[in-house]
Design a protein around this ligand. Structure first.
Ligand code: SF4
Length: 179
């Protein structure tokens, strides 16, 4: 069984701004959240294997998650110059992606089976193979929490994390379900 306390410490050493135990019991995989993806406000729906519908159904996600009894939540908090500091937002996003990918690889090496849930659409390849051929890097292309039907602000508050860290900050949240 994973030692969540030790992993939280490791996550902070990896470079995340915040990490805590994930309230696994509170995870709710909701079709309503998936419906927001289908509205395509982020213009990622149906464009890669890590976003809906390519990442599988909400029911499949819930079924897979039920095999795990614990997890951790990780965040990157970026300080912004103002609300329109797009460079600052992108820099924090990039930092989160890099730390998340590195930490995911580390955890996969240690635990084998786990369920990472990330942030944002996949941008690993210049052109995604979806839907004509299999994903080139299935272990790296981690679907975002919302794509699985999770309401991220609710997962944060039920796990004791802040979804929003106040004015002139941006927070990126991901999590891991662990054996
Ligand atoms: S790794 Fe490449 S092929 Fe796989 S989802 Fe991402 S962009 Fe598409």
């Amino acid at each position: 069984m994973a030692d969540c306390g030790a992993l939280i410490k490791e996550a902070l050493e990896q470079g995340f701004s915040f990490a805590c135990e994930l309230n696994v019991e509170a995870l709710e995989f909701m079709p309503e959240v998936r419906a927001m993806c289908a509205a395509d406000r982020c213009q990622s729906y149906g464009k890669s294997w890590n976003c809906p519908p390519g990442c599988g159904t909400v029911e499949e996600a819930a079924q897979r998650a039920s095999a795990f009894k614990q997890g951790i939540l990780v965040q990157t908090i970026g300080q912004l110059e103002d609300d329109f500091d797009w460079e600052g937002i992108e820099a924090a996003h990039q930092r989160h992606r890099e730390n998340f990918e590195a930490f995911t690889a580390k955890l996969r090496g240690r635990f084998g089976d786990l369920m990472p849930m990330g942030v944002g659409a996949c941008s690993i390849c210049e052109t995604c193979t979806y839907p004509d051929a299999p994903c080139r890097y299935p272990e790296r292309a981690v679907p975002p929490m919302e794509a699985y039907g999770l309401f991220v602000s609710k997962v944060c508050s039920l796990s004791g994390a802040k979804y929003n860290n106040g004015p002139q900050t941006i927070t990126f949240t991901s999590c891991y379900l662990l054996p």
